[in-house]
Design a protein around this ligand. Structure first.
Ligand code: DX5
Ligand code: ZN
Length: 225
């Protein structure tokens, strides 16, 4: 049951005020973030181009919590070494971008990092089944990746529930993460379905509320009855 699991929040820097990046990740850490989620995009696997190892390095200097890198690029294996040197703790690659996902997962682990595997909304869970026991984290996307501020796709709640069952049965140590459209009004539903790590970009970094207040609202929502 959901109340037996600890649910953590992974603020995504995609929505930060980039002129204040250092301060904002420090605020997120102080507000209880479990890790910082860093979205690397190449303009090919997804439409946008974002940032790479130099930004990871800058954040590494400002916080002590783990840095997880969500790699939305073609040939993600080309970036493992640089991201590792920059201070990444966990690298998450997309099953859709990895015809040889088993090999890429091993490359991440050989670099001394935790490995995550992500799947887009249209990708079946079965795409992860044969490597599930080799990864540290499974990331179920709840939006089509590429942009912050999109709406949570409600039909993904069923998929999160099925992912929870698959993990409990075959690889109980794997962390189940969801990413995309997580807000205070749906965080509890995602946690109840079985997610234990919730990525939140625009729900944490926005103009309406401070980072601390936004994080509290998410924690309160998750803890509510
Ligand atoms: C989307 C990214 C997300 C994004 C989430 O492709 O992978 O991590 O930052 O942003 P929100 O929480 O605003 O949907
Ligand atoms: Zn992400």
């Amino acid at each position: 049951m959901a109340f037996e699991r600890t649910v953590r929040i992974a603020p995504s820097i995609l929505s930060v005020d980039f002129a204040r990046l250092g301060e904002q990740v420090e605020e997120a850490e102080a507000a209880g973030a479990g890790c910082i989620h860093i979205d690397v995009m190449d303009g090919q696997f997804v439409p946008q181009i974002t940032f790479g190892p130099v930004v990871v390095e800058a954040i590494r200097d400002r916080v002590d919590i783990p840095l997880e890198i969500h790699v939305m690029t073609l040939q993600p294996e080309r970036h493992i070494e640089h991201l590792s040197e920059a201070g990444a703790n966990r690298i998450i690659v997309h099953a859709e971008a990895c015809p040889h996902a088993h090999r890429v997962v091993q490359q991440i682990k050989d670099a001394g990092l935790e490995a995550g595997l992500a799947i887009n909304p249209a990708t079946p869970l079965s795409a992860t089944e044969e490597v599930l026991a080799d990864v540290d984290q499974l990331l179920v996307m709840t939006v089509n990746p590429g942009y912050g501020g999109q709406s949570f796709i409600d039909s993904m709640l069923g998929k999160i529930g099925r992912a929870r069952k698959m993990i409990d049965e075959y690889a109980p140590d794997v962390v189940l993460e969801v990413d995309g459209g997580v807000k205070a009004d749906n965080a509890k539903a995602a946690a109840d379905a079985g997610a234990t790590l919730l990525v939140a970009g625009s729900a944490v970094f926005n103009h309406a509320h401070s980072v601390a207040d936004s994080m509290s609202a998410l924690f309160r929502a998750i803890a509510s009855e």
